[in-house]
Ligand binder design. Structure first.
Ligand code: RB5
Length: 152
């Protein structure tokens, strides 16, 4: 699977563990940085990763900041993105089955690399359930996106 990944200064260490992990699973990774402790702004990385997802250049995106919260807020502003901030295995599975999320946000300051890797593995492996009720609800989310979008 093609996957884009991005992090800020508070998430790059976890990203640098996650990238080789993903490659060892056979995934093709586009790494948009960041690469050191110099302070940067998480929305810039959310935008780069999410653009790739929306453009269909990659199937999924992974975003890491200190908490995962800023990244998830920024990502969910972008039409076509369904981003889940997920720090447990139950939610990682459920958000694929129910929400068909295409971006995963993680917080380096919240969980360790072992848990993060298992969350990522489950999130990547779990298919969308495609139940009628889930499709309908995702459609309603899309309607909200359309209704409140300021751009055509
Ligand atoms: C950076 O200090 C931190 O605010 C950022 O990584 C993230 O946690 C924001 O939500």
């Amino acid at each position: 699977m093609k996957i884009a990944i991005g992090a800020d200064h508070a998430g790059y260490r976890l990203k640098d563990v996650v990238v080789p992990f993903l490659e060892s699973l056979g995934h093709e990774i586009q790494d948009f940085g960041w690469h050191n402790e110099q302070s940067v702004d998480y929305p810039d990385f959310a935008q780069q990763v999410c653009n790739q997802v929306v453009a269909g250049e990659v199937e999924r995106g992974i975003l890491i900041c200190g908490t995962g919260i800023g990244m998830s807020i920024a990502a969910n502003k972008i039409p076509g993105i369904r981003c889940a901030l997920t720090h447990d295995l139950f939610s990682a599975k459920a958000t694929r089955e129910h929400n068909d999320t295409n971006v995963l946000a993680l917080g380096e300051r919240v969980i360790g690399p072992g848990v993060a890797q298992e969350i990522i593995r489950v999130w990547l492996e779990t298919p969308f359930s495609e139940g009628e009720r889930h499709i309908g609800r995702i459609g309603k989310v899309k309607s909200l996106e359309d209704k409140y979008s300021t751009h055509p």
